[in-house]
Design a protein. Structure first.
Length: 168
C-alpha cells in the first residue's frame, strides 16, 4: 500500500505556528496536497490533546480518522540540559498509539516542564532519561531525534553540544 504522509507538524499551540492549525484545517490541507496520513503534533499540550480527542474517530490500532484523513499521535519536545559540563539542546519526536498512552506520557513528562506553555515544551531532561520515562509510561511509544542536520536543537547540529550519536 502506497501513501504520502507528513509525520511531523505543529498545532496552533506551538510558537510561530498559524492559529488555523486545527484538525479540520490540517485534514483539508492534507487532502489538497495529496497526503493521506498526518501526525498530530503537540499531543503533550493539554488543550490540543482534548481538541484531538473531540475531532478524531478511532480507525485502527494507533490510527485515527478526521475528515477522511488518517492521523497518528505525535509530539516534539525540546530537551535543554547540562551534561558533563556542556550545554545540550535537542528536539525529539515522540509517537504513541493511543490517547491513553498520550495521557500517561504527558503526565510523566509534566514533572520536567510546563506542557501547557507551548506545543513543543522545554524539558530539563537528558534524552536518554526522557526515553526511559516515556517507555515506562507507554511501552509502545517510539522516540526519534528531530531534524538531525539543522544547526540548532539537533543531533548533528553545530550548536547542540553533541559530537556523536552516543553522546545524545
Amino acid at each position: 500500500m502506497q501513501f504520502f504522509a507528513d509525520l511531523h507538524i505543529h498545532s496552533k499551540y506551538s510558537r510561530a505556528t498559524s492559529k488555523e492549525m486545527v484538525p479540520s484545517n490540517i485534514a483539508k490541507g492534507a487532502k489538497e496536497k495529496g497526503l493521506s496520513l498526518v501526525a498530530t503534533g503537540d499531543f503533550t499540550h493539554p488543550l490540543w490533546r482534548e481538541e484531538l480527542k473531540s475531532a478524531f474517530t478511532p480507525y485502527a490500532d494507533g490510527i485515527f480518522l478526521c475528515d477522511d484523513v488518517y492521523f497518528i499521535l505525535e509530539t516534539e519536545v525540546s530537551n535543554i540540559y547540562v551534561k558533563n559540563g556542556r550545554l545540550r539542546k535537542i528536539h525529539n519526536i515522540v509517537y504513541v498509539p493511543s490517547f491513553d498512552d498520550a495521557d500517561r506520557v504527558s503526565k510523566a513528562l509534566s514533572k520536567y516542564g510546563k506542557l501547557g506553555s507551548d506545543g513543543r515544551p522545554i524539558l530539563s531532561l537528558p534524552s536518554e532519561n526522557m526515553v526511559e520515562i516515556i517507555l515506562k509510561a507507554s511501552k509502545d511509544a517510539f522516540v526519534v531525534p528531530a531534524h538531525i542536520w539543522t544547526p540548532h536543537f539537533s543531533l548533528f547540529g553545530a550548536f547542540s553540544g553533541f559530537d556523536r550519536i552516543e553522546e545524545c
